[in-house]
Design a protein around this ligand. Structure first.
Ligand SMILES: O=C(CO)[C@H](O)[C@H](O)COP(=O)(O)O
Length: 95
């Protein structure tokens, strides 16, 4: 963490705060955006998953190939946008 630049540290802090605030265990469908900040959101999602703090059937809807890979690398399920549009109430994206 300390090897990150100040900008990267700020992005990581913002991403962790956003996940902690919005991705509660009741969230079952989550949009996952693209860019450099969302990498840290995926890192936090992985931590919460390992702590058993995510909905057990959480479906993540990616906005790009990058976010699909991040979701899969975090051991989460990647869903298709058209499967979940009516249920998509939460989403993470960069600034
Ligand atoms: O909306 C986006 C792409 O369409 C990105 O999420 C936005 O540009 C933020 O990117 P970054 O996290 O790299 O600053």
């Amino acid at each position: 963490m300390s090897s990150l630049s100040l900008v990267e540290q700020a992005k990581r802090s913002a991403a962790f705060a956003a996940v902690d605030k919005h991705v509660t265990p009741s969230v079952r469908v989550l949009g996952v955006g693209s860019g450099s900040t969302v990498v840290y959101a995926a890192e936090r999602l992985l931590e919460l998953k390992s702590e058993g703090k995510l909905h057990p059937e959480l479906q993540c809807v990616p906005t790009s190939f990058q976010s699909k890979q991040l979701i899969r690398d975090a051991g989460l399920r990647a869903a298709e946008l058209d499967e979940y549009v009516p249920h998509l109430l939460s989403g993470l994206n960069g600034p």
